[in-house]
Design a binder for this molecule. Structure first.
Ligand code: PGA
Length: 252
């Protein structure tokens, strides 16, 4: 059975003290919530990982970095390796976010290397994919999403793939207030699950958690999460206030 997950992606927000405070609030709210139907993860800046780790109960709240390097170690000033991330105690890394692909020119090949290094270091990967508005409008969106998944993930074995969570995030819905309708999101989630079934087999496809991301908030999460192939969310803006984030966590 696949897991439901609600993961926060704090992006480049909060100082360390502010992040620690937010993590404490999320941790307390998760601890107080009875019978949650999903796993909860906070995706924090690199600088926050160790401090946040110290204030969360990792039996209840997972910890993700938002990126890692595509090299093992060495002369890559400013980069942070998968081993470094893992050594903080983090158990997840978000890879392939459209902001990384778009603003930092991350290619499918680089993401493939990052995925491999993350898995080698025992991190689970939240792998993002999604189309631009132009690709949505010109009808190429399924080709784009299919290529993103195939080119960075289809070299993995089924056993390795068990450590991958997919996040479908239409770029036109990120931070814009424009959510994909639940039917639009369901269509793509089912399409992704179909791709996984063709390549890895029905069991792997059925076991894979596929998250929706893009202006997900407490008001629209229940309708999105009610869809059969939507197993939770990757939450940007609404993960920066514990009450909003918890409103999504409890939407299941
Ligand atoms: P948003 O961001 O919830 O602010 O739209 C989602 C994301 O980019 O992960």
């Amino acid at each position: 059975m696949r897991k439901n997950i609600v993961a926060g992606n704090w992006k480049m927000n909060t100082t360390v003290p502010e992040g620690v405070q937010l993590a404490k609030e999320v941790n307390e709210a998760v601890a107080a919530a009875a019978d949650l139907k999903c796993d909860v993860i906070v995706g924090v800046p690199f600088t926050h990982l160790t401090a946040v780790k110290d204030v969360i109960d990792m039996g209840k709240v997972g910890l993700a970095a938002q990126n890692c390097a595509n090299h093992t170690s060495g002369a890559y000033t400013g980069e942070v390796s998968a081993a470094m991330v893992a050594s903080t105690g983090a158990n997840y890394v978000i890879l392939g976010h459209s902001e990384r692909r778009g603003y930092y020119n991350e290619t499918a090949e680089m993401l493939k290397e990052k995925v491999d290094l993350a898995l080698e270091n025992g991190l689970k990967v939240i792998f993002c994919c999604g189309e631009s508005l132009e690709e949505r409008e010109n009808g190429s969106f399924k080709d784009v999403i299919g290529a993103e998944i195939r080119d960075s993930l289809f070299h993995l074995s089924a056993e390795q793939f068990a450590n991958i969570v997919i996040a479908y995030e239409p770029i036109w819905a990120i931070g814009t207030g424009k959510t994909a309708t639940s039917d639009q999101a369901q269509e793509i989630h089912a399409f992704i699950r179909g791709l996984l079934a063709e390549h890895f087999g029905a069991q792997v496809a059925d076991d894979t958690t596929i998250l929706y991301g893009g202006s997900c908030k407490p008001s629209n999460a229940p309708e999105l999460f009610a869809k059969p192939d939507i197993d939770g969310g990757l939450i940007g803006g609404a993960s920066l206030k514990a009450a909003d984030f918890m409103g999504i966590v409890t939407a299941f």
